[in-house]
Design a protein around this ligand. Structure first.
Ligand SMILES: CC(C)(COP(=O)(O)OP(=O)(O)OC[C@H]1O[C@@H](n2cnc3c(N)ncnc32)[C@H](O)[C@@H]1OP(=O)(O)O)[C@@H](O)C(=O)NCCC(=O)NCCS
Length: 280
């Protein structure tokens, strides 16, 4: 597991270096804390879906791997990486085919794609539609935060509610993923007569994942997360179907930029929904 963690940290670091503007400070490699969280997630996917997880090796050891899994009738991709020196030689093609085979009984597919042209080629060639993602970042203007009502802390007892919002927004429940997500992040819930939804909030106040039955509930949950931020923060993984999140971010005086794609098969971009990179 630590070998796979470093391989993925180095693979994405190399990509960040290649795509960073020259004027920007050099991107940092994944921290040990984020590395630990990555291993918790990956162990979970290995335990629920060993058939979706494949490794490519040469005489020197691991050169790449794919971690994919199914939830109800949806196939999802968590991590997909090949060692930088071995990229562009067809290893990724074989790995993705093995992962997709695991999801052969699924109706829909969902993954967060990097902007690496090798990744976008692979996804498009396997039938995924690529939806550009936006991100907002900056420091929240605290004077813009509205009074937040009807939001409470979530618990394991809320998993049925969360699963039902998942089915309505993205077409498949997260099921056992909620137990892991509740260990990693702070769950918050809004459940009123007019709408329900939930969000997972990271320690720095950024949203890891958010799903709601309507935009008003989604905005309330996003404001709850933004209100808990202290310094720099962000709203990631915003598709054009989620302009409500752009409106909240801009009201908080965050700046808008573009990053990567949400790749989908046989489905529209979920809304109101902010997906997570690996739990989607
Ligand atoms: C994405 C990734 C896993 C694919 O693995 P890979 O072994 O490089 O993939 P393959 O060699 O099978 O396929 C790469 C494709 O890009 C093409 N390609 C190779 N170098 C390229 C380049 N510099 N620019 C554009 N396309 C390129 C190849 O010709 C091939 O396309 P083809 O099969 O139509 O000919 C790997 O490149 C990687 O780890 N990238 C960095 C991490 C990343 O972005 N992961 C995906 C996260 S969502």
């Amino acid at each position: 597991m630590p070998v796979a963690e470093r391989l993925s940290a180095e693979g994405f670091h190399e990509l960040d270096i290649r795509s960073a503007p020259r004027s920007a400070p050099p991107p940092e490699i994944r921290s040990p804390e984020r590395g630990q969280a990555w291993m918790v997630r990956t162990r979970h996917f290995l335990s629920t879906d060993p058939g979706g997880c494949w490794v490519a090796e040469d005489a020197d050891g691991m050169v790449g791997f794919v971690t994919s899994y199914t939830r109800e009738l949806m196939w999802l991709l968590a991590t997909y990486v090949v060692r930088p020196q071995a990229q562009g030689r067809g290893i990724g093609r074989a790995l993705l085919a093995a992962g997709l085979h695991h999801g052969r009984g699924c109706l829909r597919g969902m993954l967060a794609s990097s902007a690496d042209p090798k990744a976008t080629r692979r996804y498009r060639q396997t039938g995924f539609s690529l939806h550009p993602q936006m991100a907002l970042s900056g420091t929240v203007d605290r004077s813009a935060i509205p009074v937040i009502e009807k939001v409470r802390e979530g618990t394991l007892a809320d998993i049925d509610l969360m699963d039902s919002v998942d089915r309505r927004t993205r077409g498949a429940a997260h099921g056992r993923d909620h137990e892991v997500m509740q260990r990693l992040w702070r769950p918050v819930v809004s459940d009123t007569s007019t709408g329900s939804g939930y969000a997972y909030v990271e320690p720095d106040g950024s949203v890891a994942l958010l799903a709601a039955s309507n935009r008003r509930t989604a905005a309330r949950l996003l404001w709850e997360a933004l209100a808990s931020t202290t310094g720099q923060t962000g709203i990631r993984h915003v598709t054009a179907a989620n302009e409500w999140a752009i409106d909240v971010g801009m009201s908080a005086r965050l700046d808008l930029a573009q990053e990567g794609f949400l790749a989908l098969r046989n489905m529209k971009p979920p809304a109101p929904y902010l997906h997570h990179g690996t739990f989607l």
